[in-house]
Design a protein around this ligand. Structure first.
Ligand code: ZN
Length: 137
């Protein structure tokens, strides 16, 4: 692999990261848009499902029929996102509301109320809101 191959793969990995982030940002507001993002990404990665069986267990595995590692990464990542959306619905995916945080989450709460990626981000936002209230008095 030469330097231009490495740079190309890095560019592809970054593009996948942005696609995943766009899906998570738009999941609760644009179901058709995220379906297009995921399906286009799966086509580009040349993802193919394969039925597997081992030790009495069956599962499907998404592979890519190319030898590009970024295509495999895209196929696995986007098919996993598609599975989550098909199982739980698009509204369960979200981006953290924390300031300066790019964290994402799958909301498994009963009332779809999750706003932050971690308790740390929720705590930071709570402290910031408390300080704003104090300073506005
Ligand atoms: Zn966060």
């Amino acid at each position: 692999m030469d330097a231009s191959d490495s740079l190309g793969r890095l560019t592809e990995a970054r593009a996948l990261r942005e696609t995943v982030h766009a899906v998570l940002e738009q999941a609760s507001t644009d179901a058709a848009g995220i379906a297009t993002l995921i399906n286009d990404g799966l086509r580009r990665s040349r993802a193919t499902p394969e039925l597997r069986h081992d030790h009495g267990r069956w599962w499907t595995e998404i592979i890519s029929d190319t030898d590009r590692c970024t295509a495999h990464l895209a196929a696995i990542t986007l098919s996993a996102l598609a599975s989550v959306i098909a199982t739980l619905g698009p509204a369960c995916l979200g981006v953290c509301a924390g300031q300066n945080c790019r964290g994402t989450f799958v909301d498994l709460s009963r009332n779809d109320s999750k706003q932050f990626c971690t308790r740390t981000c929720a705590h930071r936002a709570s402290v910031a809101a408390y300080r704003r209230r104090l300073s506005s008095r």
